[in-house]
Write a protein that binds this ligand. Sequence first.
Ligand SMILES: Nc1ncnc2c1ncn2[C@@H]1O[C@H](COP(=O)(O)OP(=O)(O)O)[C@@H](O)[C@H]1O
Ligand SMILES: O=C(O)C1=C[C@@H](OP(=O)(O)O)[C@@H](O)[C@H](O)C1
Ligand SMILES: [Mg+2]
Length: 171
Amino acid sequence: MAEKRNIFLVGPMGAGKSTIGRHLADELHLEFFDSDQEIERKTGADIAWIFDLEGEDGFREREANTINELTDKQGIVLATGGGSIVTPAVRNRLSARGIVVYLQTTIDKQVARTQRDKRRPLLQKDDPETVLRNLAEERNPLYEEVADYVVDTDEQSARSVANQIIQKIGL
Ligand SMILES: Nc1ncnc2c1ncn2[C@@H]1O[C@H](COP(=O)(O)OP(=O)(O)O)[C@@H](O)[C@H]1O
Ligand SMILES: O=C(O)C1=C[C@@H](OP(=O)(O)O)[C@@H](O)[C@H](O)C1
Ligand SMILES: [Mg+2]
């Protein structure tokens, strides 16, 4: 039997990976995973707590291991964490194991979509907009490097974006 394809969503915080990923999996009848949720499930600790205890480096190690395990599966949609692609082994693994879709958005939309949610430790600062701008400068080339498709999430609902991804990929 032909291998079932995987779809991996990458992109910055607030691009909509977790929300759109769920819709996409529903539409395609694939299993949905979110690397952050999976880390929380396995450790019994929330992301902010892991950052506090182990620092960002400790979190990245857990994230890379989790993505490694999840990408052993076939026929899944995986919403990655926005910083996962800074780890070279994660970029290689995603490219090797599925179709990578980069969800793009403006900084303004990222700020609006993340400001009420206190669960992203990197944004719990006085000026999250500057944090997001600096991260974009560092990470956007990496999203582009790993992407098979790029989809804008600014102007449409999460459900419409999921349908657009399906059309683009030709599934
Ligand atoms: N296309 C969209 N239009 C409007 N709001 C969105 C869209 N995609 C996601 N959101 C909202 O933005 C917030 C962050 O989305 P989330 O899926 O957690 O992003 P990510 O996983 O990329 O950080 C959520 O409240 C979600 O409902
Ligand atoms: O960009 C990042 O470094 C992070 C993004 C978050 O996931 P989302 O992109 O789903 O918000 C989460 O993994 C963690 O807070 C760190
Ligand atoms: Mg998410």
